[in-house]
Each structure stands twice: as structure tokens, then as C-alpha cells.
Design a protein around this ligand. Sequence first.
Ligand SMILES: Cc1cc2nc3c(=O)[nH]c(=O)nc-3n(C[C@H](O)[C@H](O)[C@H](O)COP(=O)(O)OP(=O)(O)OC[C@H]3O[C@@H](n4cnc5c(N)ncnc54)[C@H](O)[C@@H]3O)c2cc1C
Length: 394
Amino acid sequence: MTEKCNVLILGAGAAGMMCAIRAGQRGRSVIIVDHAKAPGEKIRISGGGRCNFTNIHASPKNYLSSNPHFAKSALARYTPRDFVALVEKHRIPWHEKTLGQLFCDDSAKDIIRMLLAEMQAVGVKMRLQTEIASVEAIATGGFRVATSSSIIEADSLVLATGGKSIPKMGATGFAYRIAEQFGLGIIETRPGLVPLTLEPTQLEKLSALSGIAVPAEISHGKTSFNEALLFTHRGLSGPSVLQISSYWREGDEVRLKMEPDLDIIGHLKAAKKTNGRQSAQTALGAILPKRLAQHVVERAGVTGNLADMSDKGLAALTAAVQEWSIKPSGSEGYRTAEVTLGGVDTTCLDSKSMQAKTVPGLYFIGECVDVTGWLGGYNFQWAWASGHAAGESV
Ligand SMILES: Cc1cc2nc3c(=O)[nH]c(=O)nc-3n(C[C@H](O)[C@H](O)[C@H](O)COP(=O)(O)OP(=O)(O)OC[C@H]3O[C@@H](n4cnc5c(N)ncnc54)[C@H](O)[C@@H]3O)c2cc1C
């Protein structure tokens, strides 16, 4: 059986569904295909089940790409406010958590239901649990896609199959293969927004800290993030570490400043004055988690009461909190990475429409493109914006 439609979208994730909605609103006949049992599985698990669906501060500077200008056009034409308007139209309660991050009050499933309702309203046909066997261009124009249930011919073909992160959820890297098949370039892919691991000797030294979370400024080169850091039994995690992981490269060091907003030396000097007979560990324990205070004292190699300590000793303690240099041995990889960095080379795509410059009718949107956002709702905003841009053009 051969079906025909104007637009065939491969991947019913965030980007694919947004593209389907916009194309449908423009009167195009749309089929969206996914090999998963349900659409939007990553939306469902995102933001701890509440979906951090956008960030009100989203701008091109929050994205990594070999071409930092590429995302500008799509992001400017479909903004966080546009998505919030859609959320409000569906009366989905939401709140700003922190740093401009918008979450559902109740459940990420509200966002999926919203997208499904919008697709239904414009007659989008959805095929789930459908494998894609082959993709080919038709000599006279358009594309022919063989799936496990039918052959579909379409004027436009949109690749929205995401990146390689979380293979357990069905991530395949399929879009990269299709890009290569049509002669488009790929920027090397690697896991992003991922916990960093430490080698066994380092881990052993830090084992007492496992489970502790502290505010931390973490830096790599000129890039730094000031959010929570979590010590784990594998290494380092928490928002600040996930953020820096997208910039970190194997073999590099990262710099850690724990409790960056605390005046540690000022606190120690004041404690020395008011109660010099207390230990450094007790004084630090008043402002740091107790296990961290103990580790810091051992790390600084100081002993005795505050009264017996020179300014140099107090400075060593301060450095043991705020001047760490640490060389991660690796990352937890695609198994736990929230996103995939790199992807379809943006120089091969038109930034207004996401259409391949050399293959009319072929589009790439969402995470499979070499545009990756920071943690905090930026990746969904890219999925909505790039999906919308393609939906305007197909
Ligand atoms: C645990 C987790 C939490 C996250 N939380 C957030 C958050 O709160 N906020 C945020 O902004 N971002 C978050 N992200 C990132 C965000 O989920 C992605 O950036 C976003 O989903 C990308 O959208 P997409 O449509 O490009 O790809 P996806 O959402 O990954 O959708 C791709 C679709 O294609 C399908 N597919 C893949 N391969 C094939 C194939 N060969 N054949 C058929 N179908 C295929 C998949 O089943 C999937 O439905 C999170 C990611 C993870 C893993």
C-alpha cells in the first residue's frame, strides 16, 4: 500500500509534533511516524516529570553550535512567549522555578496532551510502533519512505528523530544516517548535559562526600555556571556539572568554587575572634555540610584550634573550599546524557526553514541538528522553534 501526503515527519518528539501542528495549520496533509509506543516520551520524563518546557531568557547565547548564529532566526520567530501562549490556551498550570525555567505545575503529560490535541485539530495522522526501513528521493520530486506498515510518499520529508541520548528510550542517531545518505555533513556528536566521572583514586578520596549537594561555580576556560553541584559515587553531577559537561573535553580540568557567595575567610577570621578555641572543622561546619567541612580541613592539612592558626592557615582552608581543580576521567555517556552535542552540520541547512540547501524538500529539526541548549528549558525551546520554522516552510 502506498500512502501520499504533503509532509512526512519522522519522529514524534517535541520538534516533530510542533512541526506537524504548524504544517497542519497551514493546510498541509501531514503524517508523523515514530517507532516508539507513545509520542513525546522524552517530554514525559523531562524536568523530573514536570517538563521544563521553556526558558523565558532563551537567546542564541544559551546554545552551543559550530555556527552560533544559526539558531538566531528560528529562535526569534518562535519565542518562549509563543509557547507560553499555547500552554495557557490549553489552561495548563505552570510556574517559574528558578533562572527563567518554566515547569508544569502538575505533569509533563499535560504538554503531550496539548500537542496531541493541536495535531488532532488539524488532522495530522500519527503512526506509532512503526519502523523505518528505507528513505529515498523520488526522481520527479519528493520522497519515498518504506515503513514496517506501508510505503509513504511525501513532497517534504522532515527528520525529527532526535539525538543519541538515552538509547534505552529508543534514541538511534537515525537522522545522522539520513543526513549522510543525502551528502550532508555531520559535526562530531558527543554526550552533553551529563554527569562527569572520576578515576578510582580520586573517587576514593572524595567517597565521604557522596550525596552532598552544595552551591558551586564551575568553570572551564572562560565559561562558568553557578548552580548546585552534587558529589556522587561515580563522580560529579548536579546542574552546574551538567552545564559545564557540554563544554568539557576529555583530558581537560574544570575549576570548582564551592559556596562562591560565601566569604569563607571572613567567616573564619570572625570565628577566630569570637571563639578561638573552636576547631576549624567546627567553624566551617557552621556554614558547610559537616562531611564537607571535615574533608576541607583534611585537604588543607591544618590542625588545632582557630586561635593557633595563622592567616596563611585560614587562607589554605578557604582555598580548600573555593579553589579546586579537578580532572574528570570521563562522562557517564549517552546512557544518562540529556542531550547530544554536534549533529547535522548547520552550514548544510537554511537557518530560516531548516531545509537542506542541496536537497529541496528535506528538513532537519530539533536535537539532531548541531544546536544544543544549556540545561533549563533551552533544548525544548530549540525543538519548538526549529519545528515551527520547518512547519512554516514545508
Ligand atoms: C531525562 C531527560 C530530561 C530532559 N529534560 C528536559 C527539560 O526539562 N527541558 C528541556 O528543555 N530539555 C530537556 N531534555 C532534552 C529534551 O528532551 C530534548 O532536547 C528534546 O526532547 C529534543 O526533541 P526532539 O524532538 O529533537 O527529539 P526527541 O524528543 O528525542 O524525539 C525523537 C523521536 O524520534 C523517535 N525516533 C528516534 N529514532 C527513530 C527511528 N529510527 N525511527 C522512528 N522513530 C525514531 C523517538 O522515539 C522520539 O519519539 C531532557 C532530556 C532527557 C533525556
